[in-house]
Design a protein around this ligand. Structure first.
Ligand SMILES: Nc1ncnc2c1ncn2[C@@H]1O[C@H](COP(=O)(O)OP(=O)(O)OP(=O)(O)O)[C@@H](O)[C@H]1O
Ligand SMILES: [Mg+2]
Length: 264
């Protein structure tokens, strides 16, 4: 795949580094990183626990300042939370005192969206995520996977063009996870393509969903490799049984063995 043309680039990192200042001294989380994500591209980030994936996502979301380099969205430096971005965090982060529906509608309230269309959209998303019948329940009445599905609905409510997801399916059972993978791929492939940055510990998930997979090395994280996934645009779960898919998964997995980290 050719390197991104500069006019296609939506998210660009040049020498982006992160060092946390803690009471015990500085903790280097990410070494200077360079990467570019094209508009409409689906990029997954994989790497061992603690290598700085969530840190990177939070910086792209504008929730955490960078320590060095430049990080831009549509050519503008990322400073503070971005409007056209939806975020799914590693844990569901739902408000305990609001129902599922009201947690999803929080997105509309915060953005002062008209509530009529927001409710219609919320109902569609609830159906998509298989949460019908649970709209009025509270987060503590749901399983962890259901809570995470509700938080995905909330991230999609305002139809953002950039979707940042941190291990969104980690708490789901294998079957629901595959269903959500298919749904996410479908959402991405239809209509105006969202630019997606997905963090995952699942190599098959990364290969199945992505145009490119970025592999980060152990802390302090740096980009160890970037793989173009040249699988057909239209992907059903059966593609996972193909030799091409297996070859990609093996290449990425081999990388972790090379690093000596076997927890993936
Ligand atoms: N607020 C913080 N203060 C100090 N150090 C932090 C902070 N947040 C993260 N770190 C450090 O930065 C490193 C990267 O953390 P991060 O959460 O980005 O990792 P991760 O790749 O998302 O891991 P995981 O796969 O387990 O979620 C960790 O080693 C952690 O110790
Ligand atoms: Mg993390």
């Amino acid at each position: 795949m050719p390197s991104p043309r500069s006019d296609d680039v939506l998210i660009e990192a040049r020498g982006v580094a992160k060092t946390y200042q803690t009471k015990d001294g500085p903790v280097e989380s990410l070494r200077p990183l360079d990467f570019a994500i094209r508009r409409g591209e689906f990029v997954s980030v994989v790497g061992p626990s603690g290598c700085g994936k969530s840190t990177l996502l939070k910086m792209v979301a504008g929730l955490l300042p960078i320590s060095g380099g430049t990080l831009t969205l549509a050519g503008q430096p990322i400073k503070g939370p971005q409007k056209d971005v939806g975020i799914v965090f590693q844990s569901a982060v739902l408000l305990a005192w609001r129902s599922v529906l009201d947690n999803i509608l929080l997105q509309a309230e915060m953005r002062h969206m008209p509530m009529g269309p927001a409710r219609t959209r919320a109902a569609e998303l609830i159906a998509m995520a298989g949460l019908q019948g649970f709209e009025g329940k509270y987060p503590w009445q749901l399983s962890g996977g259901m809570q995470q599905r509700a938080s995905i609905c909330r991230a999609l409510l305002h139809d953002p063009s950039v979707l940042l997801m941190d291990e969104p399916f980690g708490a789901l059972d294998a079957m629901t996870r595959e269903k959500m993978n298919l749904e996410l791929r479908r959402i991405w492939a239809t209509g105006e393509r969202k630019t997606v940055m997905l963090i995952t510990h699942s190599i098959p998930e990364a290969v199945f969903l992505s145009d490119r997979v970025i592999v980060i090395s152990e802390r302090p994280g740096s980009i160890a490799a970037v793989y173009d996934i040249a699988l057909p645009e239209e992907r059903g779960l059966d593609i996972m049984a193909s030799p091409e898919f297996a070859a990609y998964a093996k290449t990425v997995r081999g990388h972790f063995f090379a690093q000596g980290s076997l927890d993936h």
